[in-house]
Design a protein around this ligand. Structure first.
Ligand code: ADP
Length: 161
């Protein structure tokens, strides 16, 4: 089974990595798809996000990193994806994720694109990219929440701002 794990990954956190590792162990192929968001600039550029992901995921032979723009269903169909993987951290994620899952299924050919949810591991269930950006900007400690190199690059972004 070939699955896609879409997200912004701005930046990648240990929460994302936990989902990717677990998906990689259960599915034949995992495509980590970085969404090109034309509305929002983000902290890291697309190239920087892809570079960090590729470096961190180098050892996972069944995981590849791609960028995508446009509708996820179109990208999934063009790449013969069997299912979408999403992470659930708390009930607050559920409402939005439920709507997305229904929409993606509705938009797909023959209502065929399923979304499969992995529940966040308790040790990282409180981590989000937005929290990482905010803590780093305010000079707080993000050690243990993101990989070391990601932490360094995040702090660097806010230096001199
Ligand atoms: P988006 O901006 O599309 O929500 P994110 O990069 O924030 O993209 O997240 C991508 C997916 O990863 C979402 O399904 C989100 O719920 C999940 N996710 C984010 N952080 C964690 C975490 N700490 N543990 C488990 N899943 C997570």
């Amino acid at each position: 089974m070939k699955v896609i794990y879409p997200g912004s990954f701005d930046p990648i956190t240990n929460g994302h990595l936990d989902i990717i590792e677990r998906a990689s162990a259960k599915f034949d192929e995992v495509v980590v798809a970085v969404l090109v968001n034309t509305q929002k600039k983000g902290l890291f550029s697309m190239d920087e996000r892809i570079e960090m992901l590729e470096e961190l995921l180098y050892d996972y032979s069944n995981v590849k990193v791609e960028k995508f723009s446009g509708l996820l269903v179109d990208f999934a169909q063009a790449n013969e994806i069997d299912a979408i993987i999403r992470g659930l951290r708390a009930v607050s994620d559920y409402e939005n994720e439920l709507q997305l899952a229904h929409l993606n299924r509705f938009l797909s050919k023959d209502d065929n694109l399923e979304t499969l949810f992995l529940t966040a591991s308790p040790k990282v269930s409180f981590v989000s990219s937005s929290a990482i950006r905010e803590i780093a900007q305010l000079g707080g400690d993000i050690t243990g929440l993101v990989p070391e190199k990601v932490a360094k690059k995040t702090y660097k972004k806010y230096q001199g701002r």
